[in-house]
Design a binder for this molecule. Structure first.
Ligand SMILES: NC(=O)c1ccc[n+]([C@@H]2O[C@H](COP(=O)([O-])OP(=O)(O)OC[C@H]3O[C@@H](n4cnc5c(N)ncnc54)[C@H](O)[C@@H]3O)[C@@H](O)[C@H]2O)c1
Length: 416
C-alpha cells in the first residue's frame, strides 16, 4: 500500500532543513529519517526526532504505521511529511538515510533487513531480534550492505553505567564474584490489552516472546551483560542459561522470572524480575566483589559505590539516535549499542524460546489490587524472594520457595 497522504500538491517554500549543513567547508546533507511504528513507544521517538527536525539536524521524511497515526501534542507531524502503511512502499518512495524501527518484536527482522538493503542505517528497538539465527541473518545483511544497526538499549548510553564499570575496573568492589539485577514493577490489565502481541509467546505462528525478561525488563538484563563485557574486555559468551518462569495472568510468557547465566570467562549473571511486585524496585544492577558491592539503579542513573553513604545521581545520557548520526558523520565515533553487542542478550532469548510454559501462580499467593483496566496482581512475598535470589545467586527452587518449580536449562555453547 502507498502513502495515506501524499506530499502536498504545491511545493512549499524550502524549509531550513533543506539547506545543507556546512561541515569543515563542505556541505553535508541533512540525514533523512523515517520512523516505522509511530504509535505506542513510537511517540517517544517522535518526541526525540521532533527537535532534531526543527533545528535542521535531521529531516523527518516519513512515518509508517499500519494503524492511523495518533496525535502526539509534544511532537506534531510536520506539514508535508507523508504517512505510509507499508514500510517497503516508504523505502521505495522516500529512500531515507536512517530508519527508526519501533514495531512489535516479531516484525523487527523483516523491516530491519528491508531497511538496510534499501541503503539505510537503522535504530532498532529492543528486543532487537528473537533468536540467534535472526541475529546472524541481520548481521549478514549488515556485512553485505555496509550499513549499521543501533539497538534501542538506551540505558547503555548512561554516564552512570560508565561510572559503575570504571569503578569496578578500578577495583572498588575487589574481585567480582557476581553481577545481578532485581526489579519489581506492576503492570495493569491495560498493559496486556494494549496490543495483540502483549503477553504472547507466539502470534500467527511467529515467536513474539513478550515476557518480562525479554521485553519490559530487557534493559536490566542488558545492563548486566554490559558490565560483564566491560569486566572481561570482550563480549559475554553464555555457556549455560537457567531460568524459572512464572505468571499470574492468562498469558503465554513470564511476568515473573529468575535467570542465571554462566559465562565462559566471567562471574555468573543473575536476574530476578517481576511485573507483579509488591513494593516498587525500579531496577538495580548489583556488582558484588570481595571488597563490597556497587548498585546502579539503571532507570534513574543513581549509583552507590562501596564506602559511600548514599547513592548519587550520575547525570548524562547519550541519545541513541544522536549517537547513530554522529557515527554516520564520523565512523570513528563508536556506536553505543551496535547489533553485535546485543548477541549475548539474543542468546538468552533463544534459550527462553525453547523453555516450557511458565508456571501459573494463583490462589492465596496472588493478591488483586484495583479494578478495571488499572487492576494489578501482586505475588505475596515476591520482593523478598527476588532479593534473596540476587543476594544469594540461587534460583527460587534452590532457595526452597514453596511455589517454585524446577529450572529449565540450556547450553548455548554446547558445553560448560
Ligand atoms: N526502549 C524502550 O525503553 C522501549 C519502551 C517501550 C517499547 N519498546 C519497544 O518498542 C517496540 C514497540 O513497542 P510498543 O509497546 O510501542 O508496541 P505497540 O504495539 O504499542 O505499538 C507498535 C506500533 O507499531 C505499529 N505496527 C505494527 N506492525 C507494524 C508494521 N509491520 N509496520 C508498521 N507499523 C507497525 C502498530 O500499529 C503500533 O502503532 C517493541 O519492540 C518494544 O519492546 C522499547
Amino acid at each position: 500500500m502507498g502513502p495515506r497522504r501524499d506530499r502536498p500538491a504545491s511545493t512549499p517554500p524550502a524549509p531550513h532543513w533543506l539547506a545543507p549543513r556546512q561541515l569543515g567547508g563542505r556541505a553535508a546533507p541533512v540525514p533523512r529519517v523515517a520512523l516505522v511504528g509511530a504509535n505506542g513507544h513510537g511517540r517517544w521517538h517522535r518526541r526525540v526526532i521532533g527537535p532534531l527536525h526543527e533545528t535542521g539536524r535531521v529531516r523527518l521524511v516519513a512515518l509508517v504505521d499500519t494503524r492511523p497515526i495518533e496525535c502526539e501534542p509534544a511532537a506534531p507531524v510536520p506539514t508535508g511529511v507523508p504517512v505510509f502503511t507499508d514500510h517497503r512502499a516508504m523505502l521505495a518512495d522516500v529512500t531515507p538515510d536512517v530508519v527508526v524501527i519501533c514495531t512489535p518484536p516479531h516484525t523487527h527482522l523483516r523491516i530491519a533487513r528491508d531497511a538496510v538493503t534499501a541503503g539505510a542505517d537503522v535504530l532498532l528497538e529492543k528486543p532487537p531480534l528473537l533468536s540467534t539465527a535472526e541475529h546472524e541473518e541481520l548481521s549478514g545483511a549488515l556485512a553485505t550492505t555496509g550499513r549499521v544497526v543501533q539497538v534501542g538499549f538506551q540505558a547503555l548510553g548512561s554516564a552512570a553505567l560508565s561510572a559503575l564499570t570504571d569503578a569496578v575496573s578500578a577495583g572498588r568492589v575487589g574481585a567480582v564474584n557476581g553481577i545481578a539485577t532485581v526489579a519489581a514493577w506492576q503492570r495493569p490489565d491495560a498493559y496486556y490489552a494494549r496490543a495483540p502481541w502483549a503477553g504472547r509467546r507466539l502470534l500467527d505462528g511467529r515467536p513474539v516472546l513478550d515476557g518480562a525478561l525479554a521485553n519490559p525488563l530487557a534493559h536490566a538484563v542488558m545492563q548486566c551483560l554490559a558490565v560483564a563485557e566491560a569486566l572481561g574486555g570482550r563480549p559475554v559468551e553464555p555457556v549455560s542459561i537457567e531460568v524459572e518462569r512464572y505468571r499470574v495472568r492468562p498469558i503465554e510468557v513470564d511476568d515473573t522470572a529468575a535467570l542465571r547465566v554462566r559465562t565462559r570467562h566471567g562471574p555468573p549473571i543473575v536476574a530476578a524480575v517481576t511485573l507483579a511486585g509488591e513494593d516498587f524496585i525500579a531496577g538495580e544492577v548489583i556488582v558484588t566483589g570481595a571488597a563490597g558491592r556497587a548498585v546502579l539503579e539503571y532507570p534513574t542513573d543513581r549509583l552507590l559505590l562501596p564506602g559511600e553513604a548514599t547513592a548519587r545521581t550520575v547525570p548524562g545520557r547519550r541519545g541513541l539516535l544522536e549517537n547513530l548520526l554522529a557515527h554516520r558523520a564520523d565512523p570513528q565515533a563508536p556506536l553505543i549499542a551496535p547489533l553485535a553487542r546485543t548477541a549475548p542478550f539474543t542468546a538468552v532469548l533463544t534459550a527462553l524460546r525453547a523453555a516450557p510454559e511458565p508456571a501459573l501462580l494463583h490462589g492465596d499467593l496472588v493478591e488483586t489490587v484495583g479494578a478495571g483496566a488499572q487492576r494489578v496482581l501482586r505475588i505475596r512475598g515476591i520482593n523478598e524472594v527476588l532479593r534473596r535470589v540476587v543476594d544469594e545467586g540461587r534460583l527460587p527452587s534452590e532457595l526452597g520457595v514453596s511455589w517454585a518449580t524446577a529450572p529449565w536449562r540450556a547450553e548455548p555453547g554446547g558445553q560448560e
